[in-house]
Design a protein around this ligand. Structure first.
Ligand code: SAH
Length: 241
């Protein structure tokens, strides 16, 4: 698929239907979204330590019910969240309003939003989303287009290898049943080198990286150096020469 595509067709209807179906439990910390709730304080802290969110223009791509978007707004960023699934967006809007947190939500793909918002953001986040789209390269390009020169783009996704298959799919979906079966497709997992190469191609330069560690006993997450399963990349758009 063309990395420059701009329509809404870089989305998998089955993926969007799955998130629509689960959306009413998005803010239930004991639901399928428990992992996102548990991961969030760690990724938020990491992002904030690199960019100082207060006062920054931030865009959260594939924001879902708004766990990250809302938490960035609480840190003082001016946040927009976009997603293509209706129900998560409704839940996100409702939750932010109920909490008195100011976040602007819109239904859009990254590619379409980029047509109107090139170079507008200090920070773009795209977390746990690339492994759900047919052409991650197009989303990565759009994220790069939307950030200002010198601005930051954060990606997180799941590595593709035997270990990530055994843990992220077999253990998480079939043995521990933390996530519903079919949540993740192995073929859509992305190796760090692949993500890096797509992001470099879009003009982004790696600044920091973290692996996502999970402890099944405490059900807690932490960021560490091992990137074999889940991982996060912090990238900066090159300044124009
Ligand atoms: N980024 C959020 C939610 C991750 S769940 C977080 O980490 O907390 C993945 C989200 O990506 C879902 O809300 C789903 O609707 C959205 N999504 C999947 N394909 C998409 C696409 N092509 N464009 C925009 N959003 C998409």
């Amino acid at each position: 698929m063309n990395a420059k595509q701009t329509s809404e067709n870089n989305a998998d209807p089955a993926e969007l239907a799955r998130f629509n179906k689960l959306a009413n439990r998005w803010w239930d910390e004991h639901s399928e979204f428990k992992p996102l709730h548990r991961i969030n304080p760690h990724r938020l802290e990491w992002i904030d330590s690199l960019v100082s969110l207060a006062g920054k223009q931030a865009l959260d791509v594939g924001c879902g019910g708004g766990i990250l978007a809302e938490s960035m707004a609480r840190r003082g960023a001016k946040v927009t969240g976009i997603d293509l699934a209706d129900k998560p967006l409704q839940i996100a809007q409702w939750h932010a309003q109920a909490q008195g947190v100011d976040v602007y939500y819109a239904k859009s793909s990254a590619e379409t939003w980029a047509q109107q918002h090139a170079g507008q953001y200090d920070v773009v986040t795209c977390m746990e989303m690339l492994e759900h789209v047919p052409s991650p390269a197009a989303v990565i390009q759009a994220c790069a287009d939307m950030v200002k020169p010198g601005g930051w783009v954060f990606f997180s996704t799941i590595n593709r290898n035997l270990l990530s298959y055994a843990l992220a799919i077999v253990a998480v979906e079939y043995i521990m049943r933390i996530l519903p079966q079919g949540t993740h497709q192995y073929g859509r997992f992305i190796k760090p080198a692949e993500l890096l190469s797509m992001a470099n191609g879009a003009g982004l330069v790696l600044q920091d990286k973290r692996g996502l560690g999970y402890n099944p006993l405490t059900q807690g997450f932490r960021l560490h150096g091992f990137m074999g399963i889940g991982y996060l990349l912090a990238m900066q758009k090159q300044q124009k020469l």
